[in-house]
Design a protein around this ligand. Structure first.
Ligand code: FAD
Ligand code: UDP
Length: 379
């Protein structure tokens, strides 16, 4: 008999299993995929660690979480600085003095602020004429923050293809993730710590799970009763609506399709991440994986004449597809609340992670949540 059956060998499940194991608990981890790691899984192709489910950059200001992750792997000095391509134009991201210079030729923060202020006021005026005082959706939020030029070239097309909806029908919080600053700083994140684990993320998960029994290609719902009987408690990191057999209805997700290619060149696009912000290009970004781990100098440069790229295509979600992004608008959050109320009444089931909590969590938040959860349990 196990103490815990953990459904999902992603980051939440792995942290939970690792710490419960260290406290002497017996865990069985299952995952329906044929590998561990969930969405942070990386695999080596032509000597390059490939982020199989999209670019994953670890970033946090939470020192305890950073130290915890560094106890499993050394992190390199990678700093995410995506480039945005709009038609034939290139812009630095996130929105900063480089972007403003590329857009308008301005050179000082004062010139940039003046340019943006004019466009922000136009947006506020337009909203006021409709009786709106606070940005109520992503479009209004972006226009009030950055003005029309940035919205039209760098936000609208990308956002609408990413989410499959008009920007005016999306929650404002999605865009609040992105820094907006009046310095020449292309760092996509404001966090104190950032990097990519040497050797890829899968090595971290392998270490976390090294003393735990893991069964892959095992779907919990194929033998729910039989598997549940194996343990005193269940830790569930899959979709909460599926767990409750969709009794209140289906939560909405956005899915993705990844197209990975090996190319005969040592450098395809000169950067790890290039975003394609116009609506007409069907993918949102191209990732060139070598740039996450190899930087310049010949000893660290990686294979000379091969590179691996992945195009990321947004896709609708339907049952059976991978649910990558929760759509945290009011209707879905309301529906999730109903499931959460059911979940709270369970005494043998613990829910955790991005799917089970229906939240747009980054990795550091998942690690923090998993540590808090397992510490509560084993205490
Ligand atoms: P998951 O990784 O989804 O793991 C859940 C696991 O449960 C999966 O392996 C799944 O197969 C398994 N499972 C589900 N149902 C069942 C079942 N019925 N039976 C058995 N197994 C089941 N975060 C960052 O910090 N930085 C980034 O740059 C970043 N980029 C991202 C890019 C993309 C495209 C996406 C989608 C996410 C990104 N994230 C990023 C977020 C990051 O992926 C998550 O925070 C993290 O992977 C969540 O871990 P988890 O364990 O909650 O979920
Ligand atoms: N976004 C955008 N243009 C970009 C990059 C991002 O408009 O070039 C918007 C888009 O709505 C996206 C959100 O900002 O969903 C959050 O971007 P982030 O890069 O954090 O998304 P993730 O890595 O989670 O897909």
């Amino acid at each position: 008999m196990y103490d815990y059956l953990i459904v999902g060998a992603g980051l939440f499940g792995a942290v939970f299993a690792c710490e419960a194991g260290r406290a002497g608990k017996r865990c069985l981890v299952i995952d329906k995929r044929p590998h561990v790691g969930g969405n942070i899984y990386t695999e080596e192709i032509v000597g390059i660690n490939v982020h199989k489910y999209g670019a994953h950059i670890f970033h946090t200001s939470d020192k305890a979480v950073w130290d915890y992750m560094n106890s499993f792997a050394e992190f390199n000095r990678y700093t995410n600085s995506p480039v945005a391509r709009y038609k034939d134009e290139l812009y630095n991201l996130p929105f900063n003095m480089n972007t403003f210079h590329e857009l308008w030729g301005v050179r000082t923060p004062e010139e940039a602020a003046r340019m943006i202020e004019g466009q922000r006021l136009e947006a506020l005026e337009e909203m006021r004429s409709r009786g709106v005082t606070e940005p109520g959706n992503l479009k209004e939020q972006a226009l009030c923050l950055a003005g029309r030029d940035i919205y039209e070239k760098l936000i609208e097309g990308y956002t609408e293809k990413q989410w499959g909806r008009r920007a005016s029908e999306l929650p404002a919080f999605i865009i609040k993730r992105l820094p907006f600053r009046f310095t020449y700083d292309n760092n996509y994140f404001n966090d104190r710590y950032q990097g990519i684990p040497e050797g890829g993320y899968t090595g971290i998960i392998d270490k976390m799970l090294e003393r735990t029994e893991v069964r892959l290609s095992t779907d919990f719902f194929r033998d729910r009763e039989g598997l549940s009987e194996l343990a005193d408690k269940l830790v569930f990191t899959g979709m909460i609506d599926e767990f409750y057999d969709y009794r209140f209805g289906e939560l909405e997700y956005r899915s993705l399709r990844f197209e990975t290619e090996v190319l005969d060149t040592g450098n395809f696009q000169g950067n790890a991440v290039v975003n394609y912000t116009e609506y007409e290009v069907p993918y949102t970004r191209i990732i060139e994986h070598r740039h996450f781990e190899f930087f310049g100098s010949s000893s660290e440069a990686g294979p000379a004449d091969r590179t691996v790229i992945t195009k990321e295509y947004p896709a609708p979600f339907k049952r059976g597809e991978e649910p990558y992004y929760p759509v945290n608008d009011e209707a879905n959050n309301g529906l999730y609340e109903k499931y959460r109320e059911l979940a709270e009444r369970e005494d043998r089931v613990i829910f955790g992670g991005r799917l089970s909590e229906y939240k747009y969590y980054d990795m550091h938040q998942v690690v923090r949540k998993a540590l808090e959860c397992v510490n509560r349990e084993i205490r």
